[in-house]
Design a protein around this ligand. Structure first.
Ligand SMILES: [Fe+2]
Ligand SMILES: [Fe+2]
Length: 186
């Protein structure tokens, strides 16, 4: 009896399974991780991004003082990029069969970052730098969590992480420009 090569059998099985799992969307039984935990984690990041968008937007409008125009532009740019992160996270949650949690109720308790207005330009920049550092830490942990079990989510998080690192760097540069002396990283 002629047997088909193993990889062909595999393809046939994969196709059959794909048809069976059509109603499950992009995530099938092959998903390496725990979908519920994944969605939960991603929803924490959703909350963090929303808080960051709101904080940057507030700062972009209310910042005042010397050279505040260029700083405002930087804040506004960051708000836009945090919104892109939010979109990526929400899309991925949807692909995983979950529901992005955009509910304003309890938002701050789900978010890793804080909403602090800051009373002057330097205070605002400092708050944003702190928030970026928190975002970097949480995204690093999430990248480690997803590892090889869900490389699509991991790659997306790595892209976001790279941009958060740029954001932190931008805030650090602004702080140095405002204060005149390099701030030592603690
Ligand atoms: Fe972000
Ligand atoms: Fe950021």
């Amino acid at each position: 009896m002629k047997t088909s090569p193993a990889f062909l059998t595999d393809i046939k099985e994969i196709r059959q399974r794909a048809r069976k799992d059509l109603d499950e969307g992009a995530v099938t039984k092959n998903y390496g991780g725990n979908v519920k935990d994944a969605i939960n984690l991603l929803n924490h990041a959703v909350a963090t991004e929303i808080v960051c968008i709101l904080r940057y937007k507030f700062h972009a409008v209310t910042a005042a003082g010397l050279s505040s125009e260029s700083v405002k532009a930087e804040f506004a740019q960051h708000a836009k990029e945090e919104e892109e992160h939010l979109d990526l996270l929400a899309e991925r949650i949807n692909q995983l069969g979950g529901k992005p949690n955009m509910n304003p109720e309890g938002l701050l308790s789900r978010a890793a970052s804080e909403y602090v207005e800051g009373s002057n330009l330097v205070a605002m920049i400092k708050e944003n730098l702190v928030a970026e550092r928190i975002a970097i830490e949480t995204y690093r942990e999430m990248v480690r969590y997803f590892g090889d079990s869900d490389s699509t989510t991991r790659v997306m998080l790595e892209r976001i992480l790279a941009q958060e690192e740029e954001h932190a760097n931008d805030m650090h540069d602004l702080l140095v420009a405002q204060q005149g002396t390099p701030m030592l990283m603690e």
